[in-house]
Design a protein around this ligand. Structure first.
Ligand code: 4AD
Ligand code: MG
Length: 485
């Protein structure tokens, strides 16, 4: 139940669901369409973003200055209407608003307005990211994304998890993949000059070579820094002090991946739990995903119905299936076996020791099991240093949650809590243990088994809306060569 804010304005969502017919309301929003009938009266479809459905306003000659005003009520214009809510004789709507006064707050030239009734491609709308939230699809996306975030916070808050803010600027590369965006106040123009005057200082690509070492002690933080790729290491610190906790923040990866599932800036939710082993971690991840889906289905039925009707016809059935059934659990090795025996030809061949590609993950979830799958115990060579090593010497206690239509939505693991094994793993991964002295000290003073995972928010929005491209699941996508708005 949402409370109305202390203002005279009534939201359209409230007009459509809880305000009693007969009430005088003050409504404001943007005109979707206007239809005039024999110059006597007009129907205005008004939307303020609070609900999927617009409110039909009936305006007639009894309104002061009707003839002049109604001409200005064009698609895209913003208007304020005071009037009486009445039961509607029309099909498909319970109420309509009979205007008593009408004010045009901001005009719009309907002929020039970029959002025309014919509908636009998502590519076109990405170039109009300042107006796309006014479309049905992006209004619905914004509300569903909000409902997902709310459900996530509720899930953890109701279970006593502490919300921890991980830093955005970081000096450690948690995933060890070398995909950090650098943060520096060094004068790049000066460095370029220096490079030129030295002549030999740079490689043909212009990148500094070893002979042109940069002195990071002169940089803002006194060492090389970047935008965080994950809040996990900091979440581990808190988990090993205050208990169950989670981060929820933006993360950044300078990967040159132009796919429908990758962003350079995305939001991640990273719970971290002391005393959890991998099985506990899996159980939490499954319950979490299923609960969030159920909550959003209950909160946004109109928006999800729209996505089902217009974007992804299997959406509601797949969400019912995911939220209503147990996830399948198997090891990476078992999954590789299934893929090898599947008789499918994949673009990327499957072999034990190689990372699974989205096509493999989708085969498992869409064709083989037709359900979400949690894969565990991946080869140690393809996973990060912090994952707990298994006794077989070949695998680590990793878990990826894979879902239909998307593939990986969660990556997580039990963490390596043994000091000596962790040092060995860092060296194996080419990391200098000295850089992670504080992370190692957590294993020196009262170490405990612990686990956690990371859920990609935009991939969750993709899953719950059925949208094909992750760029349409975040208000302002950042991808290679694209950071407008
Ligand atoms: O599997 P990842 O890289 O795991 C971590 O970052 C761990 N530190 C998490 C943890 O254990 N606390 O990323 C986790 C999830 C992925 O499963 C995916 O949903 C999402 O983050 N993700 C991305 N989403 C959009 N664009 C990208 N480039 C993404 N990279 C990862
Ligand atoms: Mg991963």
């Amino acid at each position: 139940m949402t409370e109305s804010p202390p203002t005279m304005r009534t939201r359209i969502a409230d007009c459509l669901t809880k305000v009693a017919p007969g009430t005088i309301v003050d409504v404001r929003g943007w005109v979707r369409t206007r239809r005039e009938s024999k110059q006597e009266f007009a129907f205005i479809e008004l939307n303020d973003g609070s609900s999927f459905h617009s409110l039909q306003v009936v305006a007639d000659k009894s309104i002061p200055d009707y003839e002049t005003l109604i001409k200005l009520v064009q698609t895209g214009a913003s208007v304020a209407v005071v009037g009486e809510l009445k039961e509607s004789p029309a099909k498909g709507q319970k109420v309509e608003l009979h205007a008593q006064s009408l004010k045009v707050l901001g005009q719009a030239d309907a002929a020039k307005y970029p959002l025309q009734k014919k509908g636009h491609s998502f590519e076109f709308l990405r170039e109009k990211a300042h107006l796309r939230p006014r479309t049905n699809t992006f209004g619905a996306m914004a509300r569903v994304r909000n409902a997902i975030c709310h459900a996530i916070h509720c899930y953890f808050q109701q279970r006593g998890f502490l919300y921890v803010h991980a830093p955005i600027i970081s000096t450690s590369d948690c995933e060890g993949a070398g995909h950090m965006f650098q943060v520096t106040t060094l004068d790049l123009a000066k460095l370029a000059q220096l490079q030129q005057s030295k002549g030999t200082g740079a490689s043909p690509s212009g990148a500094p070579t070893a002979s042109m070492e940069i002195d990071y002690t002169k940089d803002f933080f006194g060492k090389k820094a970047g935008l965080t790729v994950s809040g996990q290491l900091e979440a581990e610190i808190f988990a090993c002090s205050v208990g169950d906790c989670y981060t929820f923040g933006p993360t950044f990866r300078a990967e040159n991946s132009n796919t429908t599932r990758h962003l350079a800036e995305f939001w991640m939710i990273e719970p971290e739990m002391p005393f959890y082993e991998l099985e506990d971690n899996m159980a939490l991840a499954e319950d979490f995903v299923r609960t969030v889906i159920k909550e959003v289905m209950a909160k946004c039925p109109d928006d999800l119905q729209f996505f089902n009707d217009r974007i992804e016809p299997t959406l509601l059935a797949s969400l019912e299936n995911i939220s209503g059934n147990d996830f399948i659990k198997l090891t990476y090795t078992e999954a590789v076996d299934i893929l090898l025996k599947s008789g499918q030809t994949f673009e990327y061949p499957v072999a034990w020791g190689k990372d699974l590609q989205s096509e493999h993950e989708r085969f498992l979830t869409e064709q083989h099991f037709k359900q979400p799958v949690i894969l565990t115990d991946y080869p140690r060579e393809i996973k990060s240093f912090y994952m707990r090593a298994n006794d077989d010497g070949k695998t680590v206690r990793a878990m990826d949650v894979l879902v239909p239509r998307i593939g990986e939505i969660i990556g997580g693991s039990q963490r390596e809590e043994r000091h000596d094994v962790l040092i060995q793993r860092m060296q194996e991964c080419g990391l200098d243990p000295a850089d992670y002295w504080w992370y190692l000290e957590l294993r020196e003073y009262g170490t405990v088994p612990h686990s956690g995972f990371g859920l990609g928010l935009e991939r969750t929005v993709q899953l719950i809306t059925g949208m094909q491209n992750i760029r349409d699941c975040i208000p302002f996508p950042r991808t290679p060569k694209s950071a407008d708005f």
